[in-house]
Ligand binder design. Structure first.
Ligand code: SAM
Length: 330
């Protein structure tokens, strides 16, 4: 090649835009180890990987179909929330306009037949079965269950007294020697009686009575003062007109040293927002279901003067478990 042609070719190469890998004459460049300038990056001199992954605009944009579906979804959810809020406001207004007496316990005479079906789903969702079980299995000796309702605790009793270990591995008598079921509503007591006959046909030491829990006498005995060893009540304080007085009375018929009152109740929550909802809707709920669901169970227990052995709460604080005993100075 002549000198002038070679010069022109070199000029052309220098002006041409740089595309792709540098020409290496077919050889792959090799990184050679060797001294590096201090402060120089050890990363190979490549393009930023994030920038390499960038896609053109129309590939990242949401498709019109997805956007429409999302829009319809958001619209549907806001319409439903609006509907719920409007219904809640209407219910609250209606509830607050009612003048409901404190004693709504007569409602159970009408709702006894549907009670189980009404509470089944919510009890399952709240896993109330296991809470009932662990409480009721603690019952021993002569047992009284007040506000027994439709007998939702029946399957959990350990019937028949045996020598065994308690939950603290102490030897003693376990299980129930006798059980007395009491409820103000004769319709409720009838359902308990029928269920019991099916579940425990062989157990004879059982009594059923339609009676106010505040009037239950001590168990009959010959001569010496008689007491129940255990009193059980589940979801009862919400329904009675005088829950404090009733608890005090129960404290007088349970054995003073080792006797226990076992409660599983529902009432006020830990949270103000939830208590506001319970308060707002309480009159309508009491009128329909015979229960004041906004009662402060802790305060009722404190006012009763009974000694608290155990206390536990679940479901935002609305489900309360208590193990109580008569105060030692009483
Ligand atoms: C919400 S129900 C609970 C029934 C059952 N203990 C349970 O856990 O499913 C309340 C029950 O308390 C009864 N009750 C209300 N006031 C009572 C009272 N003063 N003495 C006895 N039972 C009462 C009602 O008749 C009703 O059966």
């Amino acid at each position: 090649m002549s000198a002038s042609r070679a010069g022109r070719a070199a000029l052309k190469r220098a002006k041409a835009p740089i595309t792709g890998a540098p020409r290496t004459g077919g050889k792959i460049p090799v990184e050679r180890p060797g001294p590096k300038t201090p402060g120089a990056s050890s990363l190979p001199n490549r393009a930023n990987p994030h920038l390499l992954n960038l896609k053109p605009d129309d590939e990242t944009r949401m498709s019109p179909r997805v956007m429409t579906a999302l829009g319809v979804g958001v619209l549907g959810i806001s319409a439903y929330c609006g509907y719920l809020f409007a219904s809640y406001k209407r219910e609250v207004a209606q509830s607050q306009s009612l003048d409901i007496p404190r004693d709504v316990s007569d409602r159970y005479n009408h709702t006894a037949g549907t009670f189980d079906a009404d509470v089944e789903m919510s009890e399952k969702l709240m896993r109330m079965g296991s809470k009932r079980k662990s409480l009721v299995q603690r019952a021993r000796g002569d047992v009284l269950e007040v506000s027994c309702g439709t007998g939702r605790n029946l399957e959990y009793y350990k019937l028949g007294e045996k020598r065994g270990l308690d939950e603290k591995d102490r030897v003693g008598m376990r299980g129930c020697r006798s059980v007395t079921f009491v409820d103000l509503s004769p319709q409720m007591v009838d359902i308990t009686r029928q269920k019991f006959a099916k579940l425990h046909p062989a157990f004879q030491d059982v009594v059923f009575r339609a009676q106010d829990a505040a009037d239950v006498p001590p168990p009959p005995t010959q001569g010496k003062p008689a007491y129940y060893d255990t009193v059980v009540q589940t979801m009862g304080l919400c329904s009675m007109p005088d829950p404090v007085g009733t608890l005090r009375h129960l404290g007088t018929i349970v054995e003073p040293r080792k006797g226990e009152i076992l409660l599983l109740e529902h009432g006020r929550s830990h949270y103000d927002w939830l208590n506001r909802v319970l308060d707002n809707l309480a009159p309508a709920h009491a009128d329909r279901h015979g229960c004041w669901w906004n009662r402060d169970i802790g305060q009722i227990v404190r006012e009763s003067g009974l000694e608290v052995v155990e206390e536990q709460r679940w479901h935002f604080g609305t489900t309360w478990k208590y193990v109580l005993r008569p105060a030692t100075n009483s």
